[in-house]
Design a protein around this ligand. Sequence first.
Ligand code: ATP
Length: 239
Amino acid sequence: MTVRFGTATALDSVDLTVGPGERVAVVGASGAGKSTLLAVANGAVPPSAGSVEVLGQDPAALRGRDLRRLRARVGTVHQHLELAGPLRVVHEANAGRLGSWPAARAAWSLVRPQGVPEVVAALEQVGLADRVFDRTDALSGGQRQRVAVARLLVQRPDLVLADEPASALDPVLTERVLDLLAGLASSRGGALVVALHDPALALRRCDRVVGLAAGRLVLDAPAAALSAAELAAFYGAAA
Ligand SMILES: Nc1ncnc2c1ncn2[C@@H]1O[C@H](COP(=O)(O)OP(=O)(O)OP(=O)(O)O)[C@@H](O)[C@H]1O
C-alpha cells in the first residue's frame, strides 16, 4: 500500500501483516512514515494505492454503523494528544466507548457522566484517579498522555495503536504505560502496534520490530534477533 500527500510519498509500497497477539514496534527517523502507518491502520487515512484490511475489514468500504463498529474495536493513542480543551477528564476517558453506546446515552453522559466507576478504575491504573473531574486543559503533557491511555482502557479495543504513547512520561510511567497497552491488547487476543523512538524500549517491550525509512519498509525482524546498538544505528542510518 502507498500513501501520498500531494506530491509527497509518506508510505511507499509498504506490505505488512500483523497477526493477533503480536506486539510490534514501529521504528524510524522523524518523517519516516510511522504516524502515517498507524493512521492507515486505524482507517483515518486511506491508501492512495493498494489496500488495507483492519480486523478483517476494509475501512474505506464501510459506512455508518458498520464503520462505527470497526472504530470501536480499534483504540489509538495519538502522538499529538487531541484532548478537547474544556472537557473534564471523565468525558475524555468515556470518549473511548461513545461508539458502543446508544446516541442518547452518549449525549446524556456529557451532562451526567455515565460509567464513572470504570473510568475511575482506568484512571487508577495510570495514577490519575484523583483527577477524574478536572479539566483536561489543566493537565500536564504527561498527564494528558495518561488520560489517553485511560481512554483506551475504558474502550477495551481489539487492536491497540499507539504513537509515541510515553514521549512525555518519566521512565517508571513509561514502563507502566507500555505494560498497560500490551496487557490491554493481549487480554482481548489482539495486537499492539506502537511507534517508539527508544530502541531499547522497543526491544524490551515488543516481540517484533518493523523499521521505516523515507516511507519504505526496510526492517522486519523478531526483537530477539536485534540488539539495541543495531537499532540505534538504524535510526542513525535512516536519518
Ligand atoms: N497530512 C499531511 N500532509 C502532507 N504531508 C504529510 C502529512 N502527514 C504526513 N506527511 C508527510 O509524510 C511523511 C511521513 O510523516 P509521518 O508523520 O508519518 O512520519 P513519522 O515517522 O511519524 O515522523 P515523527 O517521528 O516526526 O512523528 C513526512 O514527510 C510528512 O511530512
